[in-house]
Design a protein around this ligand. Structure first.
Ligand code: KG4
Ligand code: ZN
Length: 347
């Protein structure tokens, strides 16, 4: 098949994403988010997310087709996030994708959300070098991935042993009285006047930790250190310098993320690093990664911020790569797997 047209559906968390990719070209990326419905709870409420997906699904598919100027009958294959993610939210996307695949009589590809976060960069920066090193940082995950082939061979070198990077951003934001999701607010506060003045801990970077957890991350100690620091300020009646705390916390996170990513590239002889997931939208992570990759002679790829957070284009992009590489489609009874391991690219 030449230049397959793939429709991708993403519903693993609070974004209903529908993307259309032809070959390696992005035609449209339509996203409907329920984030505002969750904000007052300070986190995503699964039941609310599922209901929002159900309501947004058909209108978002219609919007995607209209904007791209294609009919559903033009679609060659349907791709959908089968996991990992919120079980009920995933079910809505998987059920919708199955309905489309049956109605259109087209193959269905149930794909891994984390692999899709990496594969999306194909539509922005072209084919992925093989191997590529992936640093995947989102609200639910922080992984270092060796990617000989994003369509079927992904090896996890390390992951967070407690909080995910995005989760840490969200929790620290809450502590500072910033809205949910906190990542973009910390990013902005740090940019607008934050000085890196507080020396917060860098998790799993001591000599012994590097032996046992070479490519793993840990952010819960950092979160606790920030909480203690802020509380001490409040107890002594002094104002909390929000921008400074935000900048110092952010620096501690991105320092460890980039340090271990560059180390992994060096030790595995990989010359290309790709950063994906919602936290890859972070301004400081992007600039420090660029600095360190330049110094180490590593080529860096980071999708534009809109493609880093959850979207349907990433699922369509991975689906199209699977079609182009002749990978098997999934069975029509494919499950939604809320804890699908990162090494399992397709369902
Ligand atoms: O990939 P994503 O949209 O959803 C998951 O798969 O989890 O990532 C969402 C996470 C949230 O924790 C959010 O706070 C974080 O990405 N995030 C950021 C930024 N934009 C989003 N974190 C730091 N800086 C940002 N600019
Ligand atoms: Zn994600």
């Amino acid at each position: 098949m030449n230049e397959p047209l793939v429709l991708g559906i993403e519903t693993s968390c609070d974004e209903t994403g529908v993307g259309l990719v032809r070959g390696q070209t992005l035609l449209v990326d339509a996203v409907a988010s329920s984030v505002e419905e969750h904000a007052r709870f300070g986190g995503v409420v699964p039941e609310v997310a599922s209901r929002a997906h159900l309501e947004a699904m058909v209108p978002t598919i219609e919007r995607a087709c209209t904007e791209a100027g294609v009919r559903l009958s033009d679609v060659d294959a349907v791709a959908v996030t089968s996991g990992p993610g919120l079980a009920g939210a995933l079910l809505v996307g998987v059920a919708a994708a199955k309905a489309l695949a049956v109605a259109l009589d087209r193959p269905i590809y149930g794909v891994n959300h984390l692999a899709a976060h990496v594969a999306v960069d194909v539509v922005e920066h072209g084919p992925l070098p093989e191997p590529t090193m992936g640093l995947l940082v989102s609200g639910g995950h922080s992984n270092l991935l060796l990617l000989p082939d994003v369509t079927h061979d992904i090896r996890s070198l390390g992951a967070t042993i407690d909080d995910a990077a995005g989760e840490a951003f969200d929790k620290v934001a809450r502590l500072l009285g910033l809205p949910f999701p906190g990542g973009p607010h910390i990013d902005r506060a740090a940019r607008e006047g934050g000085q890196v003045v507080i020396d917060f801990p860098r998790g799993l970077t001591s000599g012994r930790d590097l032996e046992r957890h070479r490519f793993d991350y840990s952010f819960s100690g950092l979160k606790t250190a920030v909480a203690r620091w802020v509380q001490a300020r409040r107890d002594s009646g002094e104002p909390v310098p929000v921008a400074d705390v935000a900048a110092s916390f952010q620096e501690a996170v991105v320092d460890v993320l980039t340090r271990k990513a560059v180390m992994a590239c060096r030790e595995h002889g990989v010359e290309d690093l790709l950063i994906g997931g919602g936290v890859a939208a972070n301004t400081r992570l992007r600039s420090l990664a660029q600095e360190r990759c330049d110094a180490a002679g590593i080529r860096l790829r980071v999708p534009r911020p809109g493609l880093c957070t959850d979207n349907g284009a990433m699922v369509a992009a991975l689906g199209a790569e699977m079609v182009l590489k002749g990978r098997d489609a999934s069975r029509l009874d494919l499950p939604a797997d809320s804890s699908q391991p990162v090494s399992q690219v397709s369902a």
